[in-house]
Design a binder for this molecule. Structure first.
Ligand SMILES: *Cc1c(COP(=O)(O)O)cnc(C)c1O
Length: 436
């Protein structure tokens, strides 16, 4: 670890994992567009394959550009190791494949990204037999009540997408510890700038780096970060991938041989090797470029979002605004406790008095906001979930997911606040007429 890794967050965002290239002196991390790496000798090759020596072999397992991003993410979250994946959902698959087994179950917050809900509820159970119990996270005791003797992990988002529900991380950490199971926190919406879940008892952190981390809407990616605190050897029967012999590596036990970062080692040597979930170097490069300005961007995202939310709250055509940064939000107190400066990121929803048609009309009438399904871009984004991202859900599922007929979801970007409000002002005029 370089000395910059112990410095302040802004310094780590720029310098961690970003030593100048030792061969050329190149100051920006090079894009190592290579499938495989030459060995120095037959002994070097044998040691590399037996994991006796850390070396680059083949980019499905490790790649120097992707490794640099892994080091940066480890430093930003305060973990011991990380593994990058091609998307956020691939990060879920990678870590679940290490911890779950057929007919084991896990407990997840029901207030999570819709794509994760589908993955957990449908594909994980059908293809792998991993059963998910969804619980309402606003009472942490719901997690405890759903735990069975087959439960292998707890899962929640620090700030939920899209509703902004903040998890009571300390309470969840205690429940996980008491029940000897790891707590996984998806920290995508908060980013490590606002919240570092390891400080509150999470064992593992995941991200979709596609969002605020890469930050410019131009690179897909995911990452799993190992907090290094969970004792896999003590619970080897429940977590054989980490606590028992692995036949394909000379019966090595990852929890013993790599005490410092067993999960990250296993995720590379077994997970990426067997599932093929490696991130591309170009995406790692773009993500590192984005992360350098993460602190500045998050400050502005949060400040702009609060101003837009306050403006909407006072607008006569708007019936409700659900932004965690507003004092009347149910998660306001938890955001003050767990998020830097009580910030709440820049994703939120609001409703129009004139309902579904007015909501669709608003999306048609904005000029500066971009109409697309993403978040955490420099650009301000807008979408009507009920007719798009959540259209395939039943009416009840839509309500559970916060995709009400009149709801509009926005991700507030970094444009000038006056321009954003002027755009909403002109677009809301139609909605106002419809409401009258
Ligand atoms: C987008 C998102 C994901 C999925 O990430 P992809 O990169 O789209 O696969 C997971 N969790 C949260 C909170 C997200 O917003």
């Amino acid at each position: 670890m370089t000395k910059q890794n112990q410095m302040h967050f802004e310094t780590r965002a720029i310098h961690a994992g970003a030593e100048p290239d030792p061969v050329t002196g190149a100051c920006g991390t090079p894009i190592h567009q290579a499938a495989a790496f030459q060995f120095k000798s037959t002994q070097h090759a044998a040691n590399a394959f037996a994991l006796k020596e850390r070396a680059f072999i083949y980019s499905r397992l490790t790649n120097p550009t992707v490794s640099a991003l892994e080091e940066k993410m480890t430093a930003l979250e305060g973990g011991v190791g990380a593994t990058c994946t091609p998307s956020g959902l691939a990060a879920n698959l990678l870590i679940f494949s290490a911890l779950m087994s057929p007919n084991a179950d896990f407990v997840s917050s029901c207030k999570i990204y819709g794509g994760s809900v589908g993955q957990f509820r449908d594909t994980f159970s059908r293809a792998f037999g991993w059963q998910c119990h969804f619980v309402d996270p606003t009472d942490p005791e719901n997690f405890e009540r759903a735990i069975t003797e087959n439960t292998r992990l707890l899962f929640a988002e620090s700030i939920s997408n899209p509703e902004g529900v903040v998890s009571d991380l300390e309470a969840l950490g205690k429940i996980a510890e008491k029940n000897h199971i790891p707590l996984i926190i998806d920290n995508t919406v908060a980013t490590p700038y606002l919240c570092r879940p390891f400080e509150y008892g999470a064992s593992l952190v995941t991200h979709s780096t596609t969002k605020y981390l890469s930050g410019h809407g131009n690179a897909m990616g995911g990452v799993v970060i190992d907090g290094g605190t969970f004792d896999w050897m003590k619970h080897a029967d429940k977590y054989p991938a980490l606590g028992k012999e692995v036949a394909s590596y000379n019966n090595m036990i990852f929890g013993e041989s790599f005490e410092d970062c067993p999960v990250a080692m296993h995720n590379h040597a077994v997970g990426l090797r067997d599932l093929g979930l490696n991130q591309q170097p170009m995406n790692a490069y773009l993500t590192m470029l984005g992360i350098q300005t993460l602190p500045l961007r998050m400050e502005q995202h949060c400040k702009n979002a609060l101003k837009v939310a306050e403006y909407l709250k006072n607008h006569p055509a708007v019936s409700w605004v659900n932004y965690t940064g507003l004092k009347d939000s149910p998660s306001y107190a938890l955001a003050r406790k767990y998020m830097k400066n009580g910030y709440s990121s820049s994703l939120f929803s609001f409703g129009l008095k004139a309902g579904y048609d007015a909501a669709v009309r608003l999306v048609e009438n904005v000029r500066l906001f971009t109409h697309l399904a993403n978040l955490g871009d420099t650009r301000s984004l807008i979408i009507h979930p009920a007719s798009t991202t959540h259209a395939q859900l039943s009416e009840q599922q839509k309500i559970n997911a916060g995709a009400l007929p009149d709801a509009i979801r926005v991700s507030i970007g970094l444009e000038n606040i006056e321009d954003l409000i002027a755009d909403l002002d002109q677009a809301l005029e139609t909605a106002q007429t419809l409401a009258a």
